[in-house]
Design a protein around this ligand. Structure first.
Ligand code: ADP
Ligand code: MG
Length: 256
């Protein structure tokens, strides 16, 4: 089989205060897959995500073991620049990602750091904004946009790096239904490997053929999303609940 885009092996991690969040996580994601990462609050989902581009891990002050590699490249201090180009993380709060005066500046920030300039940089920026339907807002200040629009621009800041894998932490949280649907359409249209942390189980079912359930710092299931959502014992054991009235068996078209 091909080298996984994301290859996490035996990953354990304790925060500097001693709180252990991960206890030996294994996760492999291959090119072109869309995988949902599910689990109750405090399961360690965000902690895992922050290891994927080295925000936590070898380079941080916590204590851990295990390895993370991205298309064969280990997440280690000397590779962090390349790792951060390969792994694009969209944080839970778009305001953690947008901090400059205009949408253009925010989206250009990453690729400019890679050394792109002029027409090539412009092309990256406009291409990324096109993919999220925000090209018309390029000269607007991010803080004048709606929350849903800011989330889309946050996705564009990451796409502008042309990452190998897009990692999203709770992409549908705080979105109104129309913005949630528009973001789903955008995510479906992207030709990129996706790992998506979510509490929104219908969203996982709609977008991700495969789901991994993390609970108390370990992977407790890694199967087809449909099979996870219809396993009542697994669901209740890990505090996963479908929205009232939602029945996965009554959805007639599921992603590949
Ligand atoms: N900076 C931190 N210092 C100490 N403990 C933390 C820190 N961040 C998170 N934790 C703890 O680690 C565990 C996993 O947290 P997190 O990865 O945020 O879970 P999730 O994203 O699944 O809700 C939780 O018990 C949380 O309280
Ligand atoms: Mg979290």
């Amino acid at each position: 089989m091909s080298t996984p885009v994301l290859d996490v092996r035996g990953l354990a991690f304790a925060y500097p205060d001693g709180h252990q969040a991960l206890f030996g996580v294994d996760l492999h994601v291959h090119e072109g897959e869309r995988v949902a990462l599910l689990g109750p609050n405090g399961a360690g989902k965000t902690t895992l995500v922050l290891h994927l581009n080295g925000i936590l891990g070898a380079a941080s002050s916590g204590h851990g073991k295990g390895t993370v590699t991205v298309s064969g490249l280990p997440v280690e201090k000397q590779h962090l620049k390349e790792i951060r180009r390969r792994v694009g993380i969209v944080f839970q709060d778009p305001d953690d990602q947008l901090f400059l005066g205009t949408v253009r500046q925010d989206v250009a920030f990453g690729p400019a750091n890679l050394g792109l300039r002029g027409a090539e940089l412009d092309r990256r920026v406009m291409d990324a904004l096109d993919r999220v339907g925000m090209a018309d807002f390029v000269d607007r200040p991010p803080h004048h946009l709606s929350y849903g629009q800011r989330r889309r621009v946050a996705v564009a800041t990451v796409l502008a790096m042309e990452p190998e894998v897009l990692v999203l932490d709770e992409p549908s949280s705080n979105l109104d239904p129309a913005s949630r649907r528009e973001l789903a359409e955008i995510l479906r249209s992207l030709d990129v490997t996706v790992l998506m942390v979510t509490h929104d189980l219908p969203y996982a079912l709609e977008l991700c053929p495969r789901s991994v359930v993390l609970s108390e710092g370990v992977v407790v299931a890694d199967r087809r999303t449909f099979d996870v959502l219809t396993d009542e014992q697994l669901m209740s054991a890990h505090r996963l609940e479908l929205p009232w009235g939602f029945d996965p068996r009554r959805i007639d078209s599921l992603p590949g």
